[in-house]
Write a protein that binds this ligand. Structure first.
Ligand code: ZN
Length: 129
């Protein structure tokens, strides 16, 4: 990681709202889902690396597509949410006819909701919906 580059760009005045580069961590629904499934809860940091490679205060980021004004971050977030939906889908074994993976305490319905949610967010970041 090139910290010097990150520091220099964070000094510049930046009017844009970005996304947390690790935006899946920032999603409350996903945090709850992972917490209930695997017992994992990550603390939110004060400063984060954004989807476009800057380092900004966590407060200068948003998980809401309607609020993110940085175009690179919008592209990044749309792609991340789309990929995450795909990962969730395979994680929970939602291929046609299959049930939820054994040992997981998340219902197929909850998992399907999470997948649909992330696909929806991805569409909103992409600007068509
Ligand atoms: Zn950005």
């Amino acid at each position: 990681m090139n910290d010097e580059r990150l520091l220099s760009v964070s000094d510049a005045w930046d009017p844009h709202v970005h996304v947390d580069g690790n935006l899946v961590r920032a999603s409350k629904d996903v945090r709850n889902l992972l917490a209930s499934t695997f017992g994992l809860v990550a603390d939110l940091p004060a400063e984060v690396e954004t989807g476009c490679g800057r380092r900004v205060a966590f407060a200068a980021t948003s998980p809401h597509p309607e609020r993110v004004t940085c175009l690179l971050c919008r592209e990044y977030a749309g792609e991340q949410h789309r990929q995450f939906a795909d990962q969730l889908e395979s994680l929970f074994g939602m291929s046609p006819g299959a049930g939820v993976a054994p040992g997981l305490s998340v219902s197929a319905e909850d998992a399907a909701k999470a997948v649909a949610l992330h696909r929806d967010i991805a569409r909103r970041f992409a600007g068509d919906g």
